[in-house]
Ligand binder design. Structure first.
Ligand code: NDP
Ligand code: PYC
Length: 338
């Protein structure tokens, strides 16, 4: 059984910042990355918390990412912002473009941000919750690498392609979901492999196209989409919207661009921000009784809203000013400083 250790919240930030700066990321990039890694670890999102430092370091050590890239912004239309990450990690470009996206959605009713030419390793809920914190509804999507077979297929064509959505709720945590369109995120399969645990049935096939519960065989073969052909179609939509629509790479192209190197996939991201006040003709101003009745009906029957586990974890971890991670993970992260 793997043992856990306790890290203070400040330890989490310091560990992430020191690993990233010692591995070639500028202080600005290291800070932008750390903010998201910290937010995920605080919420017990283990597949995209401190564990993702390995991916950030691999991307740097394989010479792919520019740890000092300076993002540039353009505004090709009144409701469109484009942020070119110039081969940096997505997050600095995203942070610099967000105020423009928010301003445009507030004045135009709906606006889109395309982040191009970025390495992307992170969870998407932090970006859509930046929008809901401003009273906007938001959707974000990215491709990844061609690890996932389409429904009925036998080899990786699609990415794990996460889809995130956040809806603002006055005085309450927003309604947010954020999930891979594969049965499992790749990071989750990596965590199963580290823990020596078998996957559930229905998550992956091996390189011969046979069902497997072995995480290593799954990573060498192909992962499966959630919801059969429905998840497969959603995943294809994400390929198109965060790929050709914004003139960036699909998961197949991203994998080819990596040329066998490990690390974060290189592609684009699309984020769409919507202003409920404007789109409802002034009826929804930050809080909507009808949306609240919908949530109440879900909760009343004993179901839970997505992200509820995450908000509870955040509240507990903030209270004790600490998080728990596997001791072996901590030891392995320390080795990234060597
Ligand atoms: P999970 O399956 O862990 O969770 C998906 C969502 O469903 C969460 O919002 C979760 O809320 C919610 N949820 C889980 N169980 C229930 C339930 N019983 N009732 C209601 N809601 C529920 O996510 P994934 O493993 O698919 O993805 C994990 C992360 O990986 C995501 O943040 C995603 O962005 C990231 N990712 C990033 C990729 C990239 O290329 N950058 C690629 C793929 C994934 P809660 O958290 O509260 O449990
Ligand atoms: O967990 O699928 C994943 C993933 C891909 C890129 C970053 N995370």
């Amino acid at each position: 059984m793997s043992q856990n250790i306790t890290l203070s919240l400040q330890d989490v930030r310091d560990l992430s910042l020191s690993v990233l700066t010692q591995n070639g990321y500028s202080p600005q990039h290291a800070q932008a990355i750390t903010d998201v890694i910290y937010a995920c670890q605080l919420d017990d999102c283990h597949s995209h918390g401190l564990f993702r430092l390995f991916m950030c370091v691999e991307t740097m050590r394989s010479g792919q990412v520019d740890g000092h890239a300076t993002p540039t912004l353009t505004e090709p239309g009144p409701a469109v912002v484009k942020a070119d990450a110039h081969k940096g990690i997505s997050l600095l470009a995203l942070n610099e473009a967000m105020p423009k996206l928010i301003e445009k959605a507030k004045t135009q009713g709906i606006a889109a941000l395309a982040v191009n030419n970025c390495f992307h390793f992170s969870a998407l809920w932090p970006e859509v919750e930046m929008l809901s914190a401003q009273g906007l509804a938001g959707i974000a999507m990215v491709p990844s690498h061609a690890w996932v077979a389409p429904a009925g297929g036998t080899r990786g064509t699609l990415g794990t392609n996460p889809l995130a959505f956040s809806w603002p709720r006055l005085g309450k945590d927003p309604f947010t979901f954020d999930f891979a369109t594969s049965q499992f995120a790749r990071g989750e399969i990596e965590l199963y492999r580290r823990a020596g645990k078998a996957l559930p049935e229905g998550v992956a096939i091996d390189r011969n196209g046979n069902p497997t519960t072995d995480p290593t065989a799954a990573m060498e073969g192909a992962m499966l989409t959630f919801g059969g052909y429905k998840g497969s179609a959603l995943s294809i939509m994400i390929e198109l919207m965060a790929g050709p629509l914004i003139d960036d790479l699909t998961s197949i192209e991203s994998m080819a661009a990596a040329n066998g190197n490990a690390g974060a996939p290189y592609h684009g991201e699309i984020i769409i921000a919507m202003n409920p006040e404007m789109l409802s003709g002034g009826k929804v101003a930050g809080n909507d009784d009808r949306a609240e009745r919908l949530f109440a009906d879900i909760i009343d029957q004993g179901a839970r809203l997505p992200s509820q586990r995450r908000y509870q974890a955040r509240s507990q971890n903030l209270k004790r000013n600490a998080v728990e991670i596997p001791a072996q993970l901590y030891q392995d992260i320390l080795k990234l400083k060597d």
